[in-house]
Write a protein that binds this ligand. Structure first.
Ligand code: ZN
Length: 151
């Protein structure tokens, strides 16, 4: 039984922006690591390839809707999702709530007609916590959010 409910929209942070994946950057609670399914989009040479990945690279807060994504972990998944195995720019849209798929549809491909992708998008970035919380350093103009450019 999983602890984390993927149907809850969360704020997401990157491990290297918040100084690790041990504690929640918002409330300081310990994070737990659990396998979940993510919707990922990899861009490479003008090509955009969406794919769904079951990954154990997310660290979840059980006290507030926050997930810290392990950047090296997801980079690894992004690499395997593209043809020639080179690093690529990628975005993670959110988690998939697989339990939302009706039982009679579970044998069908996700995203097929009549079987929409049960994407639970991340909450928009509200600028919290302020830069410097994790490392104790004042912001030097470095904004978190590398690799999360949206179209
Ligand atoms: Zn928290």
């Amino acid at each position: 039984m999983k602890v984390i409910d993927p149907s809850v929209p969360r704020r997401r942070y990157w491990s290297d922006d918040v100084g690790g994946r041990e504690v929640c950057p918002r409330c300081g609670h310990a994070l737990i690591n659990e396998q979940q399914t993510y919707m990922m989009v990899v861009r490479q040479g003008g090509e955009t390839v969406p794919f769904i990945v079951g990954a154990r690279a997310g660290y979840f807060c059980t006290e507030c809707p926050t997930v810290v994504l392990d950047r090296p972990g997801f980079e690894e998944y992004a690499r395997t999702g593209i043809k020639n195995n080179r690093p690529a720019e990628f975005t993670i849209f959110g988690l998939l709530d697989l339990a939302a798929i009706p039982p009679e549809r579970r044998s069908q491909p996700i995203g097929a007609e009549g079987n929409p992708i049960p994407l639970v998008k991340f909450l928009p970035d509200d600028g919290q916590p302020k830069a410097g919380v994790a490392g104790g350093k004042p912001s030097a103009g470095k904004r978190k959010g590398r690799g999360k450019k949206r179209k």
